[in-house]
Design a protein around this ligand. Sequence first.
Ligand SMILES: Nc1ncnc2c1ncn2[C@@H]1O[C@H](COP(=O)(O)OP(=O)(O)OP(=O)(O)O)[C@@H](O)[C@H]1O
Ligand SMILES: [Mg+2]
Length: 578
Amino acid sequence: MEIIVMNRRIRSPLARVIAAGNPPRLLILAAIVVALFDVAATLAFPVLTRDLIDHLGTTGTGAALTSPQLVLLVCVLVGGALCGAASAYMLARAGLSILHRTQRRLFESVADRPVAFFDGQESGALVSRITGDTRVIAQLLTNGISGLVTGSLLLVGSVVVLALLDGPLTAMIFAIVIGTFVLMVPMVMRLAAINKAINGHTADVGAALTRVFSGIRLVKAFTAEPMERDRIAAHLAHGELAGRRLAKVQATLSPANGLAITAALILLFTYGTARVAAGTLSAGTLTAFILYIFNIIAPLIHLSRFISQYRMAQGAAEPLADLLQAPTPSRAVATPVRWSSTDAGDLVLEDVRFGYGDDPVLTVDRLVIPAGARTAIVGASGSGKSTLLALLERFYAPQHGRILCGGVDISQIDLTVWRQAIGYVPQTPTLVSGTIRDNIVYGAHDIDEPRLLAAAAAANCLEFVDRLPGGLDAAVGENGVLLSGGQRQRIALARLFYRDPVILLLDEATASLDEANGQLVMQSFQRLMEGRTTVIVTHQLGMLRDLDRLYTVVGGRLVETDLGATRPVVRETLAAAS
Ligand SMILES: Nc1ncnc2c1ncn2[C@@H]1O[C@H](COP(=O)(O)OP(=O)(O)OP(=O)(O)O)[C@@H](O)[C@H]1O
Ligand SMILES: [Mg+2]
């Protein structure tokens, strides 16, 4: 175990991301082996052409058409092409498999992160990393590696065959080609650096666009379109600049290649024809040489592309490897204690201190939330009420102290088991794109239709659901944009009724409801809260009825308020309001 941990530490980011993609090694190996047949065919083709030409020289065109040399040449070419196609398909499949496994692992790892991680992230940039950067690595593992292997073999094979055919000619071509390659390498390195910058700009544009589209009403209401247009234009301009640099390098790369090939060809022709005239070289061998030049150039291009892909993959792997890292130890419980929702007892906070950064937000010396009873938390805005619920939900872990449930430290309970015991209605309810039904049963494995209807009725949803075309199957839009605020809140409450948990955490759960709806939902709540541990954060007096305990947050500290003294006050206020 320790050795594995050690290994992980020393492995490069790229190696870690590749391991996450679990490359189908056999498939890649098979693709390379099949590609080797293509390489062999490519290597044999010029020699076979030489034989055909030299044969043609002695027999004439008519006989050549039926000659075994031509039949062999055609077979080798067709066979090579078929192998090339098969290898390309296998590589494409391997690439897809690597891409999807890496993306799945990334999503799993990222989704597993604690809430604090997401507080510091731009979702658009995360999306761009998971969908875009992964492609660079899949490309390297498939086309990159196969290009490198087949290219190197083609290169070495060509040089060997050429040397066997004619030593001096080989030396001449080789010098030109290697010279060109050496000149090309710095350009290729530049290419990789520019590509990395372009990926960064793409992520920035992704993040900016996501921000604008997800907050489009704010953008429009505050007529911020020109401002956002300028910001995005700036990101795009940076991308364009990098793109231009890329174009410049690419534009010089191809003519440089072309020039090298032309130079090699001219030299070859001049020197070669002189030798053919002198009778020291056959016309066939000269043709074979000309064809081999392409066999040498193509692998060098593959090789330089591989270097560029490797550098790009190295750049892309760094942030991905960070994202893949296991969740922080405070979140993952190595050996969770045996606990089920039936063990839920009093919730007790002991000496808890918590702050999002260095500044303390909440200090609790001792707080008891009795099991099966109703506890309300009140306090000024920003005093830390939602933070307390977030600690109970285990979105964050306190820096100091313990939270116990029935005497068990909740940080030692399996997180899934713990959260399944809780029904949480956040201050701003989140709806998922989909139907009302999808939203009410969200997170549940099975759908129980009668329970779904009962939950919708208890949260007073049916009143508006029945009026919607499609009823429970009506779409809610992105984050419930097609519904009213109160309707969204009622769906969030229905979710709670459907989940039927032992602990209820309600953060201003009825704040957007009007008096009538609020009353109806409150009645259902009274039934739901029966026998459940309930923590209510509210500013509404209506929610403070039939309380067992009341805490007030003052200056980041929780102070128990004597209900005996407050109850008459609350009652009086309620009586006055009705
Ligand atoms: N995710 C976060 N990261 C950093 N600071 C935060 C975060 N959430 C809240 N805070 C800060 O913590 C403090 C307490 O916030 P909290 O949301 O708990 O207040 P609250 O009592 O629920 O207020 P309200 O009644 O307005 O909902 C605030 O000063 C806020 O700025
Ligand atoms: Mg709050």
